[in-house]
Ligand binder design. Structure first.
Ligand SMILES: [Zn+2]
Length: 599
């Protein structure tokens, strides 16, 4: 039976390009999971967008003497381009800077207020007398009171990693002009998490048996140890979503409070764009829906505690867009399979220090499936992993090319050459032919089970192990010699191998969609495996914003074993992957250190 599945993917901040750690942390696993469920015939919706607001964007704008709007638009356009090239099949990748998102976020705020889960309180905040404005955390730097590092940011110390209370910074200074700020009183709205604690704990307990342990530790474990306390959800900032209350000018909804609401607003926007305005409820009001949140470990508390609190507290949500009360509760997360971090050559990836492999730069030299392959085999699902250029080369050449690419290419080329460009007609299948086909068929269950429980590395290795089995089958049958004494026997071998490869193509397609699509065409299919990505422009009262979408209907692939027809016309095959030269390792390492090579 077809299930409704929401795939909610972390929103990248529109202030920095995307590196391989971001991709393997959340975007790629979400896409693999989504492609699989589409092949299974489930009703999947994959949504996300650019996080346009907050101090990361305003700080960047100040640094380049630009406006937050310009900064956000530039990075957003880059994301749309990169995600297409990577084959990330978002049903909708939008942004938080849309009229729709403003309304949905504000209405959720008002629902929480009406239901008694918000209160106001005063606190002390750094204020710049020179600029006559409050300074958000990221605008204040000073000496870390934990480790003594002299360039700590107001919200976090980059040296010791501690989350900081900005008010306790030693020798604070404004990031804008270096002047010394003073503490002044300011008023904010707080989300009353204490009041929601028992419901949050119950929500988490019901998921305890299957959530990743790091996610449970940072949610349930933290609550049981420390309890939940009110948290400010507004900021003194003018770039963002205004607090929808009179007399609160100059204050915005805190970016973390509103960005997570994007999962809901993006679904609503998608429903409107596709001219079925009520269909968002199939994912948000149906208790049978499974909502998966693909994020990195730094975002766990926001997705496993605070976002569920917002959803529970919103109750029977009042929606400003439709100006009606919906009378139903919003779907809570089913799973939050957060990944750990990927390091680079033994060191933490750092965008600001340019210690990173950037997605767009990588794709200017290598193919997207090469990246998807390495990032999947090295995905930080249970512990931090390391991007190592030598390891990248070895895995590409010794696994991807040797085990899978060469298998597909040599069997297809052989069939194309000796059977006039057609799938050979087999004789009766022998026990060894039946055995390889049935072990591949069993792979659909095994690989699928791993993907459904978000063990994507295991799923990929399971599929590759089957490719190894097919290689062994071929070595034993040796059709290259068999054809000289018995062409019919060779036909049976090559037919069985092609059918196995046709099945492996489906098993590997969520991971390696570009090359599996090409292989699908070489095998003579005329309808593509997958649908099409496209970018279009949406218009509202805040201006234009580009969105990335996906047309699923044009894809004909299904998660079932091959029924390849004997006699089907093949296309002239070409190798699926490139073997990489040893020289790329020192070259890429030099590039990382910023030596000599431009780009
Ligand atoms: Zn520190």
């Amino acid at each position: 039976m077809s299930k409704n599945i929401l795939v909610a993917v972390a929103w990248p901040y529109a202030n920095s390009p995307i590196h391989v750690g971001n991709i393997t942390g959340s975007y790629l696993p979400a896409d693999i999971f989504t492609r699989y469920h589409r092949l299974k015939g489930n009703r999947v919706l994959m949504v996300s967008g650019s996080d346009a607001h907050g101090t990361p964007v305003t700080v960047q704008a100040d640094a380049e003497q630009s406006t937050p709007l310009e900064v956000y638009r530039r990075f957003h356009a880059d994301f749309l381009d990169l995600f297409q090239k990577l084959g990330l099949t978002y049903d909708l990748f939008t942004s938080t800077h849309t009229e729709n998102h403003f309304k949905v976020a504000q209405s959720l705020f008002l629902a929480l207020k009406q239901n008694g889960y918000l209160y106001t309180d005063s606190s002390l905040q750094w204020y710049s007398p020179a600029q006559r404005r409050f300074l958000p955390d990221r605008y204040v730097e000073g000496t870390c009171y934990v480790c003594g590092y002299s360039n700590a940011r107001g919200d976090q110390c980059d040296n010791c990693g501690s989350l900081l209370d900005a008010n306790q910074l030693i020798d604070p200074r404004s990031k804008i002009d270096g002047s010394t700020p003073e503490l002044r009183e300011t008023k904010h709205y707080y989300l009353d998490l204490g009041k929601l604690q028992s419901e949050i704990v119950e929500f988490l307990r019901r998921r305890e048996s299957y959530w990743r342990s790091n996610v449970l530790r940072q949610s349930l474990g933290q609550i049981l140890a420390n309890g939940l306390h009110g948290r400010a959800i507004t900021r003194d900032l003018d770039w963002g979503i205004p607090v929808p209350i009179e007399g609160w000018d100059g204050k915005c909804l805190y970016v973390w409070f509103e960005a997570v609401i994007g999962y809901l607003s993006a679904t609503i926007e998608w429903a409107q764009i596709t001219a079925q305005p009520d269909v968002w409820r199939d994912w948000w009001n149906d208790p049978a829906t499974q909502a998966y949140y693909f994020i990195g470990k730094d975002n766990i508390p926001f997705h496993a505690v605070i976002w569920p609190a917002q959803l529970i507290g919103a109750g029977e949500w009042f929606n400003l867009i439709f100006e009606e009360r919906h009378g139903c509760r919003l779907t809570l997360p089913y799973d939050v399979p957060a990944n750990e971090f990927m390091n680079l050559e033994g060191k933490k990836i750092s965008g600001s220090r340019n210690w990173a492999v950037w997605g767009a730069d990588f794709l200017s030299r290598y193919d997207p499936d090469t990246l998807r392959y390495y990032l999947t085999t090295n995905m930080p699902e249970s512990k931090d992993t390391d991007w190592d250029w030598q390891d990248f080369l070895n895995r590409n050449n010794n696994q991807l090319v040797a085990t899978w690419g060469n298998l597909a290419n040599r069997v297809l080329s052989f069939a194309y050459k000796h059977w006039q460009g057609r799938v050979p007609v087999p004789g009766e299948l022998r026990p060894e032919d039946q055995q390889i086909l049935s072990s591949i068929e069993a792979g659909f269950e095994k690989v699928g089970a791993h993907i459904e429980t978000v063990r994507l590395r295991a799923a990929m290795f399971e599929a590759l192990a089957l490719a190894t089995e097919v290689n062994k089958y071929l070595d034993a049958a040796a059709p290259w010699f068999e054809i000289k004494r018995d062409k019919n026997a060779a036909a049976t071998t090559i037919y069985s191998a092609l059918r196995a490869i046709d099945s492996l193509k489906v098993l590997l397609s969520p991971f390696l969609p570009f090359t599996c699509e090409r292989l699908h065409a070489y095998l003579g299919y005329t309808q593509p495996l997958f649908g099409e990505q496209f970018v279009e422009t949406q218009q509202d009262s805040l201006g234009e914003h580009g969105v990335l979408r996906y047309r699923a209907e044009t894809g004909a692939g299904r998660w079932v074993a091959s029924q390849l027809a004997a006699g089907q016309t093949l296309q002239q095959p070409a190798p699926l992957f490139r073997k990489l030269e040893d020289g790329i390792v020192p070259e890429e390492r030099a590039r990382l250190r910023g030596e000599g090579i431009s780009g």
